[in-house]
Structures are given as C-alpha cells and as structure tokens.
Design a binder for this molecule. Structure first.
Ligand SMILES: [Fe+2]
Ligand SMILES: [Fe+2]
Length: 257
C-alpha cells in the first residue's frame, strides 16, 4: 500500500527540496588513507546484513500495543483524560504514539542516508568518501526496515517532526564540507543511539527489539567515527537543539510543553 494512504495527516508536498551549496570534490590521491577510517570502511563492508533475511518478519505485532508500553509511560497517564479513556482509546493512543516515534526514526534514517551521501560528494579525502559510502548503504537498510515495520505491522505513518526537519535542513544547507559530517555524526547519530536504546531497553516485544538491536549494531560503528571528530567545534546552540529533538522523540513532548 502506498505510504501516502497511511499518513495520519498529510505530509504536504511529495518531496522536500533542500537547496544544496558547496562543491563536489574529487581526490586523486588513492593511497593515503587514515588507517582507522579505512579499518572502519572494511568493517562496514564486512558487517552489512540484509533486513529481509535477518529480521523475522513473521513475528506478530499487535498494532494497538506495538511496544508493550506500560500505562505509566503513556503521556496522558495521570491526567483527567486518561481515566475517561476506554481500552480501545488507549490502544489507539499506543498505536499513534509508536507510529509517530518509528516514523521519526524512518525520516531520520532517510536524512542520515542523504547526509552520508553528501559526505561522499563533498569530503576532500578518499578514505572519508569510502567510509561514508558504506554508511550511506547502512542508512538505506535502516530506512527500509523502519518503513516495512510501519507499513506491515502498524499501518500508520506520521510526517517528519518540525524540529527534526529543521535540524536536517540546517545540516544540509550549510556549504562547509564538514557540516553534514559533523551534523550527522554528532547530532543525528547521537540522537538515534539514545532514542533507539531507550526503546530497545524498555520494550519486551520481540520484533521491535530485534529491529532496534540490529540497527544499533550499525549505529555503534557510525558512532566510532563520531568519536574521532572534534566535537568541540560544534556550537553549544546546535547541541542544545539536538538534545531538544531527542527529548521530543523520546517523550512525544516538546521541551517547553
Ligand atoms: Fe541509521
Ligand atoms: Fe547511522
């Protein structure tokens, strides 16, 4: 079924076009790679897995309780609305909330794939291009899996969250070659690891646990690259924004709400 028919509310235009600036760079030195980055490139090639085969898609998921979220963890719990809700309403709420979270993972993975591809294009050194090419493929596999989970198991998709959209837009619009590098590795990867880990550690449902565990194996490898980078170069403001997006995805609440 087309994703268009599963959106809880319309995502707007079918494409989001972010004007790219900066140069595409070719490198003519083919034998001057940093060992550690090349080792991560090799690891990236060795550790590719196929979600079609590796994930047990026959595992059943209750769309009205996809993650087995305890009542106390629901955002409306403890409010007067909660006591007025029927079990059916609570099931709907669980479905919408899980759909919203996994939809943000899905859009974030597409964003990570596009950022990684930008790095292939604009990084000056070949080792960074090689490594990012494997990461581009990793992020494509992640997006594929989250899309399948939402389509087949939940049947509902949400558009991208405004905060995530603006973080991705700013990262991609910047003409400095290292902005998508730092933006993705430090902000988006950090955010993904925290949000995925939080759900993996709190759900006992086998399919989402399996998906998150496999995706996190790859994300941990991406994080190794992030550790190499001079994170201090990032403005505090950017870090604060990343923390806000992370909090929004984990709780469904914007920080000042
Ligand atoms: Fe990813
Ligand atoms: Fe990643």
């Amino acid at each position: 079924m087309a994703t268009h028919d599963l959106y809880a509310k319309g995502p707007g235009e079918p494409h989001w076009q972010v004007p790219a600036t900066g140069a595409a760079r070719f490198a003519w030195e083919y034998d001057d790679g940093r060992d550690r980055l090349l080792a991560l490139y090799q690891k990236g090639k060795d550790k590719q897995w196929d979600g079609r085969k590796r994930i047990d898609w026959d595992l059943e998921v209750d769309p009205y309780d996809p993650l087995g979220t305890p009542e106390e963890a629901m955002i409306l719990h403890g409010t007067p609305y909660w006591s007025r809700m029927t079990d059916r309403d609570k099931g709907e709420l669980r479905r919408h909330f899980a759909s919203w979270q996994f939809s943000q993972f899905l859009h974030g993975e597409q964003g990570a794939m596009i950022c990684a591809a930008r790095i292939v294009e604009c990084a000056p050194d070949l080792d960074a291009k090689f490594y990012s090419a494997t990461q581009t493929m990793d992020e494509a596999r992640h997006a594929e899996i989250y899309a399948r989970f939402l389509h087949e198991k939940i049947g509902l998709v949400y558009p991208i969250d405004d905060n995530l959209r603006s973080l991705l837009g700013d990262t991609l619009r910047d003409s400095r070659w290292d902005m998508p590098y730092l933006g993705m590795q430090v902000l988006i990867e950090g955010l993904a690891l925290a949000a995925f880990g939080m759900i993996r550690d709190t759900t006992h449902k086998p399919l989402p646990r399996q998906i998150l565990a496999y995706v996190m194996q790859d994300e941990a490898r991406h994080e190794e690259v992030a550790e190499r980078l001079d994170a201090e170069r990032f403005a505090t403001e950017e870090r604060e924004r990343a923390a806000e997006v992370e909090q929004t995805i984990e709780t469904g609440r914007t920080p000042d709400a």
